[in-house]
Design a binder for this molecule. Structure first.
Ligand SMILES: Nc1ncnc2c1ncn2[C@@H]1O[C@H](COP(=O)(O)OP(=O)(O)OP(=O)(O)O)[C@@H](O)[C@H]1O
Ligand SMILES: Cc1ncc(COP(=O)(O)O)c(N)n1
Length: 273
């Protein structure tokens, strides 16, 4: 049996809703073998980020080398990279192993406001990593930081997508979760020629911790299986929608989404004692 494999290079979320934990759960649910290279350990729960402990760039490189030189990966996802040393080291490894299916989630700020990327690292992201990316998945504030635009409407998002594409990224997905006045959420995909729009009703819940990580991980899993960018984005929209709709109501703050929900219809309901 041949199984598709995906590697996530990201931070650990002790609360299990975002970061490496969200990515591996999503890979597993979409039948992809998940592997990880941890960039930073966070002490985090639904109430916020209480500590950030970055690893050295060398520690990150050794984890990636261990995977690249043995098991290999069909697709790579990056999440929290924290500083420019880690970004440059990760970019070098992507080139070294000739990885072309690279999905960059440009994680900058956690929901509670904690910084997951140093300000000085934004240029490294633009100059080193984005030119290697098959897909980049910013939310609206991240697209604003990367492009310098003030994004107020869909036209602005289209302009931002074109600018991001000009940085060398082949496909741009700008997520619509942060357009807080919109009841219809629009995730926009730009492939350098055409725009596609994935629209869904906003679900009213505070349990949206890790939606961005989960969404990009679902795209990565589908791309690892050889699916098209459009199909992968469409599946990711469906996956995150179910995960938000069937939230687990854990913790006192912004709880995680439900990574089982998308497959639950096929498997039947969970047996909870
Ligand atoms: N309340 C909601 N109802 C339905 N879908 C949502 C909601 N919030 C986010 N989404 C969807 O979840 C995905 C992630 O979007 P969002 O813009 O929130 O990303 P993000 O800000 O990176 O996530 P995070 O807040 O975890 O960092 C998108 O597909 C978006 O449409
Ligand atoms: C380790 C890690 N990576 C990414 C996020 C972003 O997720 P969110 O914006 O939902 O907090 C996070 N909180 N923690």
């Amino acid at each position: 049996m041949s199984i598709s494999k995906a590697l996530t290079i990201a931070g650990s979320d002790s609360g299990g809703g975002a970061g490496i934990q969200a990515d591996l759960k999503t890979f597993q649910e979409l039948n992809v073998y998940g592997m990880s290279a941890i960039t930073a350990v966070t002490a985090q729960n639904t109430l916020g980020v209480h500590g950030v402990f970055p690893l050295t760039a060398d520690a990150v490189v050794q984890q990636i080398e261990a995977i690249g030189s043995d098991i290999g990966a069909d697709a790579i996802k990056t999440g929290m990279l924290f500083n420019s040393e880690i970004i440059e080291a990760v970019s070098e490894q992507i080139k070294r192993f000739n990885w072309s299916k690279v999905i960059v989630d440009p994680v900058m700020i956690a929901k509670g406001g904690a910084s997951l990327l140093q300000d000085e690292a934004v240029e490294a992201l633009k100059n080193h990593l984005l030119p290697l990316a098959l897909v980049v998945t910013p939310n609206i504030p991240e697209a604003e930081v990367l492009t310098g635009l003030n994004i107020l409407n869909l036209d602005d998002r289209q302009t931002a997508a074109k600018i991001l594409h000009s940085f060398g990224v082949k496909n741009v997905v700008i997520k619509g979760g942060h357009a807080e006045n919109e009841e219809q959420l629009v995730d926009l995909l730009f492939d350098g020629t055409e725009f596609s729009y994935f629209t869904s009703e906003r679900i009213h819940t505070k349990n949206t911790h890790g939606t961005g990580c989960t969404f990009a991980a679902a795209i990565t899993a589908e791309i690892a299986k050889g699916k098209s960018i459009y199909h992968s984005a469409e599946t990711a929209v469906a996956f995150i929608r179910e995960a938000i709709k069937e939230d687990l109501k854990l913790g006192q703050g912004h709880g995680p989404t439900n990574h089982w929900a998308y497959q639950k219809k096929k498997r039947g309901p969970l047996h909870v004692e």
